[in-house]
Structures are given as C-alpha cells and as structure tokens.
Design a protein. Structure first.
Lengths: 483, 707
C-alpha cells in the first residue's frame, strides 16, 4: 500500500511535468498554425468571422473577431452557447495580417493596383509581390536619407533627391489597396502600406497549412516585434539573450575555473577551504533577486554612476549609470559562479590520479601539470558548467529586471556597423519578453499565443542545454566509476 | 577561492552599507556655517540651492539676496499695503510655498512665492553653468479679520485646490474660522466666496493650527487641546489641561499630524484619523520630552513629517511617524528664528541681531525606525495602528508606510503553500525512485525530473497566472477535490492489487505499475474535475468560491496563494526530489539488507530503517526547497496578485520580499528612503536564505557522516 502511494507520488510528479511541457509546447506550436475562420451568426443579429478561442470560465464561447478598429478596439467576443444561431465555415473567408490594428477577417471584394488597374482575386499575386517590394524600397531610401542627414557635411541636393524619391514611391504605394467586406457587409479599404500577409484560411490544404506554419515560425524567430511587442517576432530578444550569455560566459569561466582549480588542486583541507566551500554553497542558495539588487547598487549606480560622473557633464542623461548589457552580464556571471565551480570540480575529480602523478614524475611543475594535463582532462566538466550556467542565465529574469533588461529596446545592442556592440545599452531578453508582453502589454489577451510561443522557444532552449549537460555529466560519472 | 570569499563578504557588506544610512541620526554640521547680515525681518527662508535667502519686511516687501556676499537681488512688494498699514505677524505654510501675514488694519493676506533658478554661462574657473536666481511672488489673496482690532494671538491658513481655509484667534482668545471657495472664470480671473464664523470654545485660546481639509486644532490658555472637524464641527477637548501651557502648535506636511510644544519641553503628537464608527478624530499618539531649555518654537520640515524643537541655544529634531526625538544639537546663535531649507539639507537661523547663519546638515531618514519597520503604527487617516506597506503615494505629502511585516508574511505564506504542494509528492517519489525502481527506469525518470528543475521560473509564473489561475477559478471545487481523490484512489488500487492472484503479481514491475498509475491518475483528474462541476451546484448550490464568500465571508481572488503554491510547487518539487533521492540512496546497503534478511518487507524496511537514517539529508532537502521558495521572484510577481496584505485566507494573494524588490527597486530614486528600505529588505531576504542554507549544509554534513 505504502509503496503504491510512493509510486503514485512519482506518477503525479511525472504527470504534472508532462502536462506542463505539453501545455507550453502545444500552445506554443499552435500559435502559428493557420486556423479556419468560422462565420458566427448571433441571436442579436450580429455576424462575425471568427477564430474560435475555447470557452470562458462560465461556459461562454470565446472567439477572436479581428478588425480591432471596427469593433471598439476589442479583439474578442464572448457569447453564451444559446446565443449562437449558426456557424458555418465559408470557403471565401479572407484573413489579412496588418501592420496596425491586428488581423482583419472578412471577404475580399476587389484588388486595386496603381494606374486604375482594378480586379478580383487574380490580381492578388501581383499585389503581394509589388507592394512589399515598394515598402522595402521606401524603407531602404529612408535609411539612406537618415544617414545622409546625419552626416556632418550635408549634401543638400542628395537629400532633396532622396526625399523626392521617397515621396514618389509612397505615392505609387498609395495606389495599392485591397477592398474587403467584413462579415456584416461593411466595406473596408486596406492600404498596401499596411498589408503584410493575406490568406484564405479555409481553402488551405494540410501541406499549405504546414508551409504557412513554418513561415510563421521562421518570421517569429527572425523578425522584430511590432505593436508594442504583441505582434511580430522575438529576434532582438533572442540576440539580447545570446549576447548576454556569451558575455557572461567570458566573464565567469576564468573566475570559476581558477577557483575550482585552487579548491581542488592547491588548497589543503583547512578551515579556510571549508569556509570557502560553505561560501560557495551559500552563494548558490542566495535568491537571484538579491544578486539583482547588488548588481543595481554596485555595478549600475556604483561603478556605472562613477564612470558617468568622471566622463559626462552633470545634467547629461546617464550612459553607464543605467542598466545595460555589461552590468547585466556581470551580475549574471556572479550568479552562475557556483554552478561553474561545482561542475568544474567534478570534472577535475574525474581526471585520473595517475595522470597527475605521471606529469609530476616527468618533471612538470605544479602549474604545468594543471595547465597542460588537468585542465584539458577536465574540459568536459568545465563545458558542463558553462552549459548549466548558460541555461540558468537564459531562464533567469529577476536580476536582469534590475540591471538592464527592457521590454522594448529603442536602440539595438548589436549593430552591423561600427562599433557593432553597445555594452552600455539596455537589451531585450526572452524571459523578460514573456513577463513584459504577458503582463504589461496593452492587450494581453491577443498577445497570449505569442507569449506561449516565446515560452516554448525558451523552454526548448533551456531543455536542450540541460539535456546536453546531463549527458556530459553522465559521461563524466561513468569515467569516474570506470576507475 | 579567495575571490569567492571576498565576493560573498563584499556582497553582504555592500547590502549592509546601502541599508545602513537608515539608522543614521539627523546631523547638523557645525563647521559649515555661512554668516550673512540681513536687515531684521518678520519671516525668512532660503532657496533650494542654498545660494540665496528671502526675507519679508514689515512694509510688505520681499527681499531676495545672495548668501555669499549679502548682495540684494530683488525687492518686490509681495504684500501691497495701504497707507499707514504694516505687517504685524507672518507665517509660512509647511511647504514654504505660501506666506500668510496679518496687517495692523486687521487684514490677513496669502501670497505664493516661487524662487526660480536659471542657468547661465559658466563662471570663470568652473565648468558648471552659473545659477541665476530670481524670486516670483503671486497675487495676494486678501481676507478681512476683525477690522481695527489688536493683532491676532495666532492665525493659520490652508489651501487645497480651490478650497481655502483660514482661522485666527483674536487678542481676546476667541476663534474665528473662514472657509472659502475659489471659482475660476474662463477669462482667467477668479472669485473667492467666503463664509466666516466664530467657533465656540470652553476657554480662551492662544494657539491654533489648520489641518488637512480645513480641520482645526486649537490650544487653550490652560494647555488643553480642542479639535474641530470638517467645516468647524466641534469635537471638544482631545487632551486635557494636565499638560503645561502651549508654546507652539504646528501641523506637519500633508496636514495629517499636529505637533504641540509645551512650556515644560513636552512635545505631544496628534494624528488625524477615524473612529471605529467612521467619525473623524484627532488621536494623541505620543508625548515626548524634549531636552532643550526654554522651548520657543516648532519648525516643521517642508517634505517630511519631521520637526525641530527650538530652545535656548539648542535644537532637537523629532519625527512624527516613528514618534521619536533625536539627541539635541547645540547651536550658539539661538535664540533666533530657525527655518528648514527646502531640501531639508540645512537649517537657516535668522538671528535677532540681523545675522543669518546657515547650518548645513543631513536629515537622513528619520521616518524609518525599527518601530515603523516592524511594529504597528497609527498612520494618518487610519482607524487603528496597523502593519502596512505602501511606499509611494500620489503626492509629496504622502506618508510612506514601510512595515516589512506584510512582505515577510507574504514570503512565508507563499513558501508555505509551495512546500505543502511540493513536499509530500516529492519525498514519496524520491523514496520510490531511490529504493524501488529498477536502475534502467530510474535512469530515464531521474533526468526528467531534473529537467523540470531547470525550468525558467518566468515560464512557471506565466503559466500560473494566465493559465492556471483562470482554470482554477473555473474548476476550483474539482481541483481541490483532486488531492483527497488521489489518496482514495491509491488506497483502492492498493486493495485491488492485494487481490491479484500471486502468479500475476510478477507482471507488475515498478516501471509497469508506474505506467499504469500514470494512466489511472490522468483518468482520475479528468473525472474528478468534471464531476466537480456537476457536484458543485448540488452540494453547495453554486460555485465553491461564491459559497465560501457567502458562508465564511472569505473573498476569492483569481491570483491567489493556491495558484502560487501550485506554480511554485513545480519549481520546488524537483529540487526536493533530487536532494532527497540522494539522501535515500546514501543509506548504506548493508542496513537495508539486514532488515530484509530479518523478514521485514521492503516497505517496512523503508519506513523503519531507510527513512530514519536518511532523515537529516531529507530535512536538508526540505530546507533547501524552502530557501528556494522564499527567494523565488518571478512566480510570485506574476501569479500572486501583488497586494501586500496580511491575510491567512489561501484564496487571496500576497506580496513577497523578492517580488517587492523586483517591482519597486527600478523606480526607487537612488539613495532615497525607499531605496534604502529596499536594500534593507534585500538584506533581510539574504539573511533568511543564509540561515536556511547554513542549516541545510549542517544537516547534509551530518547525513554524510552517517552515510
């Protein structure tokens, strides 16, 4: 009986873990799956083209209705099951992803191209090819204009030409327009400048859906967020997370490895070493937010504020005296030192005794022995430590909130032109992205699917790193036991 | 190695260092005195940069001069007086933004003053831009007191948006109260309509102070204090005549606290609040003994509930929220008129001989004491002393409430529910995995649970707040039924298994029964939750949360302690599992073998041999799990609702120390009171986890020694 209770407890834990992983990965992956649009007719006479969105706590049906600007800035409706008169899946339902106001649900009436070319669906491919191309050209010319205007000696004719070019392109883009009708018959013009993607979701075959899904997932990974992070992708957050963990690894590895080498190779068992070990263990147990508090006080306000005081005029906006990539990485390095030490010690212990003695017997000094024999032998351990540290840092949010992460970075931390990397700038982070979009976005509800996708991405990242570390650790343990 | 020790020592030291200024006493630097001569005046003050001082002359003119060399910057007729009229007495409001003066012709006038600063080109030999000072005075508001009579014994005025209140005591001791309303016309002019009436009192009065909303406190010649509520509603005496006569009576910033200075040096503090029946009241909170000779005046600070008691040759600072007086400081230039600088970084003393001395000093954080941090305080507007955390409010006059108790309570409440959810299954599962599972199955299962330990807490917080919380709200009854249902089902399955013929018993290896249980529990969970929906109306006549509210008066919040417990359970359980599993496995094999050889069943062996031996290690696992739960930030921040209340009800939220740090520290101005208090709370968190970790370490060492 008791045994069964124990087994039951284990089953409960496993069930909970599976349910959690299933929920996040399932919801995350469903985000980009093109769902059919249903036409709902309600008892009060209203008609909507909706994406069904499950049931509310009281049993009401919920659905995403799109067309935010036409529906009083609401993305969702909630109706009692009895209110729903009919639901059909119309073949011609039309779905548009727009640069503003979220998706549009309706039916395509007309495609308008410049020079008075009007037509039906047949013109859609041309529209989708030419309008984005124009948008890209306008954006490129805008960037060029920005560079020209930012130069010290301004070439006024050049600026003027660029301005003219942009306005003519914009004028041409203005000729592109989709005219569509909502489910209740209102006609809406969708300017080519805002239409990002269109589809007829109810006509897609499974293969086409998969293709759409892949495209959506790819754009999620590679595009910048739009609409206060509630749409678009997570590219800057992904870059920010990677840069932070790389910087952190560079900072933490020498320190952690040296400390582990000292503890394992040089130190004799005495009160000091015991004290150090207790310190390391305690450091591992300190809540991450306390590191954040320390980082804010010491790195940001202390060192950063000091640098600003030295190099900036009083009254200037702080440069180092605010949260930034460097301070966040330093704080995270501090936080992950115990992880690296523990893993490295394990790796060092796995180096066979004979090898040390062999090296010493051949006349190597102690340092040569450590540097040339032990450290290479302990490489798997060190690597495990780094992987664990990276996975910890990738998932940790609380200290970053205090030391330099922002929900929406105006200036990127990394650029493709010199100086490439801005260590002083605040950056975006996947974990904080989840918090800020899920809790601080203007319309959280419609952003939730995207947050699930971000969660799934972060989860996969952390799981992958952890699995890697676990595998390496098992290898190290085997080699330990092998002796 | 040395680096690590240094790091941890440095971190501790830094946290202490940042929080330490909270304990500092207000200080006045005796060395940095600036001495200037100004002509004798009725009233004076300094501007925020301590570059210039203003003084109000009897002829109604406002002088503004540099402190460094006494050069006159401007003289302006702030109070344009009639011929033959002079100012007889003047007062500044607590925030030093309005001057109130009584004239020899029985008029009372209010003038707003604004010292302005502009930046010009840098002075020679300095990189900083020079400050150019200017004084602006607003249009005076004239009120008629009793015309032609002797100067009033005391008067005060209070402005609050478009409301204006004034009160004065005639030379004969009668009190008059004026309530005015300002109406702004579209053309930019404004009209003031006033109602003036005398308020009756048992005895003649000699001091008064207007409080928030036009409430009034007055001191009788006997030393008794009387309180009038809104619109002059009389409430009678609040303090009897046993005190000695009143020397000065002032309201502090915000007008929620009154301070009385008596002839014998006693300082009484009174706080505006509400009685149990919601009537207003003025409650005496403390009577302190000031250590100055011949107390003369009270000087309220412009930004905090701090005041100075000025006596002969000495001043003493006091604070109303923490209800204490600090050690006195000797100032040789007293008696004189002392006044705070606007930033409270200096005290200016206008001597009777026309000298002006500026004493730079530091007020520190007098409102924060162990009393305000850890025990109940009667705050302004409250009914009774309470433990409240509310660090910032809408206006400058907000009274910060920084009790750490609600946060510590919230931290422990969250940790308790997390441990309640996580510990039982984690320990049982660890025992099973360590003692019953075959090596292969274990090798697959253990990393799975370890993976769960690496799960970013921000994901758990998100799932907890945006998935679990609504699901729990919709299925509360069913989900609460899950735990007893799982127990019952386990008992039932155990009974069933005992009935299985022995030859089939061997088929049920631990791995297989685990798989069977997984299926059984999923079915059970689904069944119970849906059954909960149909049972709820039958048993309780409606949703459980409505029933709990109507039967016990317990409110239900969507983001509550149970949600946090469940979400944080996910974070704590794998940690406890991993450590406890290690402890169970470290029990020496011969012990178990001996027990089995003596005929004990595996379960008896586990219970009587393994568990007692592994106990220190298991406890250490629990303690470490607790440490994790105490320090967890993101889950609590996202799923706990974030209200710092002390409430045992599991269906309500809370705010923990860690979540509070994440919420408030980014907004806290560096070096300010809130910043220091937050560092102190970080230190408290650090200390809590330090104790817990050390305890766990000691336990683990003991368990190793046994192993």
């Amino acid at each position: 009986m008791g045994t069964l209770a124990c087994a039951g407890a284990l089953a409960v834990l496993l069930l909970a873990a599976l349910a959690l992983f299933g929920l996040i990965l399932g919801q995350g992956f469903l985000t980009f799956w093109p769902r059919p649009l249903e036409q709902w007719k309600l008892a009060d006479g209203r008609t909507f083209l909706v994406e069904p969105n499950g049931a509310a706590a009281n049993g009401d049906l919920r659905a995403r209705i799109g067309n935010r600007e036409l529906n009083g800035m609401n993305d969702f409706i909630q109706v009692a099951p009895g209110e729903l008169v009919s639901e059909t899946v119309p073949e011609d339902a039309f779905w548009v992803e727009r640069a503003e106001y979220g998706p549009f649900h309706g039916r395509l009436t007309r495609v308008e191209l410049p020079d008075g070319v009007h037509g039906g669906e047949a013109l859609l491919p041309r529209f989708l090819e030419e309008a984005p191309d124009l948008r890209d050209r306008i954006a490129a010319a805008g960037e060029e204009l920005g560079r020209a205007a930012g130069r010290e000696t301004q070439d006024l004719p050049e600026i003027e030409t660029l301005r003219k070019k942009i306005s003519s392109l914009q004028e041409r883009l203005g000729g592109y327009r989709l005219v569509a009708a909502t489910a209740d018959g209102r006609e809406v013009g969708l300017p080519g400048a805002t239409v990002l993607r269109v589809r007829f979701p109810n006509r897609l075959s499974f293969l086409e859906r998969t293709e759409t899904w892949l495209g959506g997932a790819w754009r999620f990974l590679t595009e910048a967020p739009r609409e206060a992070n509630t749409e678009g992708g997570v590219w800057p957050a992904l870059v920010g997370t990677c840069l932070m963990v790389i910087l952190m690894s560079i900072l933490v590895v020498p320190f952690g490895v040296l400390a582990a080498v000292y503890l394992n190779e040089y130190a004799r068992e005495n009160w000091f070493v015991r004290f150090v070990r207790i310190s390391v263990n305690n450091l591992a147990g300190v809540p991450s937010i306390v590191y954040g508090v320390f980082g804010l006080g010491f790195f940001v306000y202390g060192i950063g504020g000091g640098l600003d005081h030295l190099f900036l005029d009083p009254g200037d906006a702080p440069r180092f005296g605010r949260g930034g990539l460097l301070w966040a990485s330093l704080t995270m390095a501090l936080l992950t030192v115990p992880v690296v030490i523990a893993a490295t010690e394990e790796g060092l212990a796995a180096v066979p005794r004979e090898r040390r003695e062999g090296a010493l017997a051949l006349g190597a000094t102690r340092w040569e022995m450590v540097w040339k024999v032990i450290l290479p032998g302990a490489r798997p351990g060190i690597l495990t430590g780094v992987i664990l540290a990276v996975s910890r840092a990738a998932g940790e949010v609380a200290p970053l909130m205090l030391t330099g992460v922002v929900g929406n970075a105006i200036n990127p931390v990394a650029e493709l032109h010199p100086p490439f990397l801005h260590l002083d700038r605040p950056f975006m982070h996947l974990g904080f992205h989840i918090y800020s979009v899920g809790f601080q976005a203007p319309n959280v509800e419609s952003a939730v699917p995207l947050v699930y996708a971000t969660c799934a991405l972060l989860l996969l990242l952390v799981l992958f790193l952890n699995l890697l570390a676990i595998r390496m650790r098992i290898r190290i343990r085997r080699s330990l036991q092998g002796r | 190695g040395v680096g690590i020790v240094l790091t941890i020592l440095f971190m501790t030291a830094y946290l202490i260092l940042q929080a330490a200024p909270l304990a500092q006493q207000p200080r006045v630097g005796r060395n940095s005195i600036l001495d200037t001569r100004v002509p004798p005046s009725l009233l004076g003050g300094v501007e925020p940069f301590l570059d210039a001082a203003w003084s109000l002359r009897g002829d109604g003119k406002l002088e503004f001069r540099l402190l460094a060399d006494g050069r006159l910057l401007s003289t302006q007729p702030a109070f344009p007086l009639d011929a033959g009229e002079t100012l007889v007495r003047a007062k500044a409001t607590v925030d030093q933004g309005t001057l109130v003066a009584a004239t020899s012709l029985g008029r009372l006038a209010l003038v707003e003053i604004h010292p302005k600063v502009e930046y010009g080109p840098a002075d020679e030999g300095s990189s900083r831009p020079a400050r150019i000072h200017r004084m602006e005075a607003g249009k005076p508001v004239w009120l008629q007191m009793n015309a032609g009579s002797a100067p009033p014994a005391d008067f005060d005025a209070w402005r609050d948006g478009n409301r204006l209140f004034a009160a004065w005591i005639s030379a004969g001791g009668t009190l008059t109260f004026l309530s005015g309303k300002e109406k702004h016309s579209l053309l930019g002019g404004s009209k003031l309509s006033v109602i003036t009436r005398d308020l009756a009192c048992e005895e003649a009065l000699d001091h008064l102070a207007l409080l928030e909303g036009g409430r009034l406190v007055g001191a009788g010649v006997s030393g008794a204090l009387y309180f009038w509520g809104r619109e002059g509603q009389p409430f009678g005496p609040v303090l009897g005549a046993e005190g000695s006569p009143c020397v000065d009576l002032r309201s502090l910033i915000g007008g929620g606290t009154a301070v009385v200075l008596r002839k014998d040096g006693r300082v009484d503090l009174l706080v505006l609040g509400r009685r149990a029946d919601d009537m207003e009241r003025l409650q005496p909170t403390a009577s302190l003994a000031a250590d100055v000779q011949e107390p003369r005046a009270l000087v309220p600070a412009p930004r905090e509930r701090t005041f100075l008691v000025v006596g002969n040759g000495r001043i003493q600072a006091g604070e109303a929220t923490s209800r204490r007086l600090f050690p006195p400081v000797a100032l040789a230039d007293l008696p004189g008129r002392a006044v705070f600088s606007p930033r409270q970084d200096a005290v200016a003393v206008f001597g009777e001989d026309g000298s002006l001395h500026l004493h730079r000093g530091r007020l520190g954080f007098p409102g924060v004491s162990t009393g305000t941090l850890f025990s109940k305080v009667l705050y302004e507007g409250a009914k009774e002393p309470e433990l409240t955390y509310q660090s910032t409010g809408g206006s400058d006059a907000f009274q910060p409430k920084v009790s750490l108790i609600p946060l510590i309570f919230g931290t422990l409440k969250g940790a308790f529910w997390a441990m309640l959810v996580a510990a039982p299954p984690a320990l049982l599962a660890a025992l099973y995995s360590a003692r019953f599972l075959a090596g292969r199955t274990r090798e697959i299962l253990k990393p799975m649970i370890e993976l769960l330990a690496g799960l970013p807490s921000v994901i758990l917080g998100f799932v907890g707040a945006l998935y679990l919380a609504p699901v729990l709200e919709a299925n509360l009854f069913g989900i609460l039924l899950l735990a007893p249902a799982a127990l019952l089902a386990t008992l039932l399955l155990g009974w069933l298994r005992a009935r299985i013929p022995p030859r089939f018993q061997a088929v049920l290896t631990p791995g297989r029964s685990l798989a069977l249980l997984l299926g059984a529990y999923s079915l059970l969970a689904w069944g119970v939750v849906s059954a909960g929906h149909s049972l709820e109306p039958v048993l309780l006549g409606g949703p459980l949360r409505a029933w709990v509210l109507s039967s016990f008066g317990i409110p239900f919040e969507q983001r509550n302690s149970i949600v946090v417990g469940l979400a944080m359970g996910f974070a704590v359980a794998p940690l406890v599992f991993t450590l406890a599993e290690e402890a169970f496995r470290n029990v020496p094999e011969p012990l178990a073998d001996a027990s089995l050889a003596l005929g004990a069943t595996p379960w008896q062996t586990s219970l009587r041999v393994i568990v007692p031996v592994a106990l220190p290690g298991v406890l250490s696992a629990l303690v470490l799990g607790l440490g994790r739960a105490v320090g967890e930030t993101m889950i609590v921040l996202m799923a706990a609702g974030g209200t710092p209340i002390i409430e045992w009800n599991p269906f309500q939220g809370f705010r923990s120390l860690a979540a509070n740090l994440a919420t408030e520290l980014p907004e806290a101005p560096m070096g300010g009171m809130l910043y220091r208090v937050l560092f102190l709370s970080a230190l408290a968190l650090f200390a809590m986890t330090f104790v817990v970790n050390t305890l766990a370490e000691v336990l683990r060492q003991r368990s190793r020694r046994m192993g």
